[in-house]
Design a protein around this ligand. Sequence first.
Ligand code: NI
Length: 197
Amino acid sequence: MAILKIARMGHPILARKANPVADPTTPEIKRLVADMIETMIDADGAGLAAPQVHVPLQVVIFQAPSDRTAADRAEGNLSEEEHYDHTAPLTVLINPVIEILDPAVEEGWEGCLSVPGLRGLVGRASHIRYSGVDTTGRKVQRVARGFHARVVQHECDHLEGVLYPSRMQDLSKLLFESEVHHWLAKNDAHAEAADQT
Ligand code: NI
């Protein structure tokens, strides 16, 4: 495995569309995914897309909570606010497709390993279904809300050549990470979920 160099905003690899993966089960793709995981952990990110490591393929990885179970709902744990969890399972998604289930937009703080040092308040669809395949060729399909839905949309944007600042409605909410506490002091909001992806 290897820690890969992360492309930063301005590099053309981040502005182009990624290509579909013809065969997700090849040793080359497994190696790419293993290297992406090592790179994401080393950089303390919550997600990573292949173009961020200079590979123009439709491969993303992210850590997000697994599906809500009937038991969770029965216990009243089904919350619209899904909090990021560093122990959450890692998802590998190849050739992903997103379907918006509820177009209602929710704002939340985002960061990106390709836009280091900054945080931005970004509106995203709050309820999606996503699908794709993993490196065994098995289909992955999940419904996601809250932060989980946000991370998936952020990562899949990388495959379209889109970085989060261009999704922002109000660039006055694009801040240096070191200054976010000023905004938080004035606003009753949470920025803990502003992990870099
Ligand atoms: Ni990102």
